[in-house]
Design a protein around this ligand. Sequence first.
Ligand code: AMP
Ligand code: GLY
Length: 422
Amino acid sequence: MNVLLLGSGGREHALAWKMAQSPLLDKLYIAPGNAGTAQVGINLPISATAFDEVKKAVKQYDINLVVVGPEDPLVQGVHDFFLADDELKTIPVIGPQKYAATLEGSKEFAKNFMNRHNIPTAKHFTVTAENLAEGFDFLAQQTAPYVLKADGLAAGKGVLILNDLSEAKSELENMLNGKFGAASKTVVIEECLKGIEMSVFVLTDGESYVLLPEAKDYKRIGEHDTGLNTGGMGAVSPVPFADKKLMDRVEKEIIQPTIKGLKEDNIPYCGFIFFGLMNDNGTPKVIEYNVRMGDPETEVVIPRIKSDLLKLFVAAANKTLSNEKIEINPNSATTVMMVSGGYPEAYEKGKVITFDEEFSDSTVFHAGTKLENGEVKTSGGRVLAVTSLGENKDAALKISYKNIAKIHFDKMYFRRDIGQDL
Ligand code: AMP
Ligand code: GLY
C-alpha cells in the first residue's frame, strides 16, 4: 500500500522510519517532511494544512492511507475534508475528526469532557471578559502557584504558572485582552496539581485501543528544568515510576473512561490519544489531552514498538484493533534533542550539519532540517533527536551522548541532564 504522512518534525521522521520497515508498505510519501524523512520515503513540497494540494497528491500517488502527525491539520479538519469529498472519502485517515480534535484545540472542551465522564483532572473555572470578577474570586480561592491556560491552541506557549496572586490577576486580564491572540479570549484557570508528569499514549479505533509505551519528556530549555518552555528537549521510555500498579490505574481511571466517553458522546475517533498526566503519589490525573503523538516522546516510543505499526494503523482504520496485540521492547529508549542556539527564542537557520563518522548504535531523527544542494542544514529550533536503546536509561543515554559528540553545527545546544531526575 501507499501511505501519505503529514508533518515535518522529529515525530514524523520516527513514524516514517517505522512505517518504512513494514512489509505492507509499497511507497511512503511525506508532506512536507524534512531531510530525515527523505532517507526513508519521498518528500512532497506540500504543507500539511494545504488540503487541496494534499488531495492532488493523494490522487497522483495513489495513496491508500493517510497518517496525520501534528495537531494543526486535525484541528483544521483534514479528516472531515476527506470524508466530505467523494474521491477521498474511502481513504482512511489516522487522526481524529475536527470535533474530536477539540479535545486538544480547546482546554475548556477537554475539561468539560473529563468532568462529564468522571475522569480525574484539576478543578477549573472558565473565564471570558464577561465573568472576570468571578475568575478573580476563583483565583483567590486557590493556593499558589496559579495556573492560567489559553483555551485555544497557542503553539505550546499558552500556559502561565504564576506564584503571585496579583500577578496572576493581571496576567489573566492580559490573556483576555489578547496576549495569545484569539486563543486566550477564553482562559481556563486550574487548580495546580502536584506530582511528577508523564505522557501516556494509545492508538484507538474508537472502540478498542492498544497501549503504547509511556514516556517522560523534558520541556525546559535549561538543565535541571530551568528557563523557558520548549517543545521538548529529550525523552525517556519506559518511565521508572510508571509501575504496573500506576499503569493499571491509568488504564482503568483514565484511558478506558476516555474511550467509553467518546462512544457515549457519539464522537468517532481513529488515531492517537496522548494523555499528559500528573502522578501525585500513585494517583494519576489528566493535565491535558493531545490528539496526536508527542514530540520528542515519539522518538522514544516508536523505537520500542516491535509490532508492525502500519498493520496497527490498518486495523485502526478497519475498527479491528481489538484483534491486535502490540509487542514492546523491554529495553529503555532515550532521546536527546540537539537545538539551535537561542531556541526557544530567536535563532538562526541554515547551519550546515556534519557528522565526524557514521554510527549505528543511535538513530538520528531529524526535527528541523532540510536538504539544500546535497547538504543537510538546520531549518528549525529543534534540529536532531538522537535516540538510543539500552538495558536501562543510563546505558541508552551514554550511547546518545557519545554519538552527539560526533555531530556538529554552529551554535548547537543540548541538555546534558536528560533522565537524571528519575
Ligand atoms: P498543558 O499545555 O496543559 O500541557 O500545560 C503545559 C504545562 O504546564 C504542563 O506540561 C505542566 O507542566 C504545566 N501544567 C499545566 N496544567 C497544570 C496544572 N493544573 N497543575 C500543574 N501544572 C500544570
Ligand atoms: N512533548 C510534548 C508535546 O508533544 O506536546
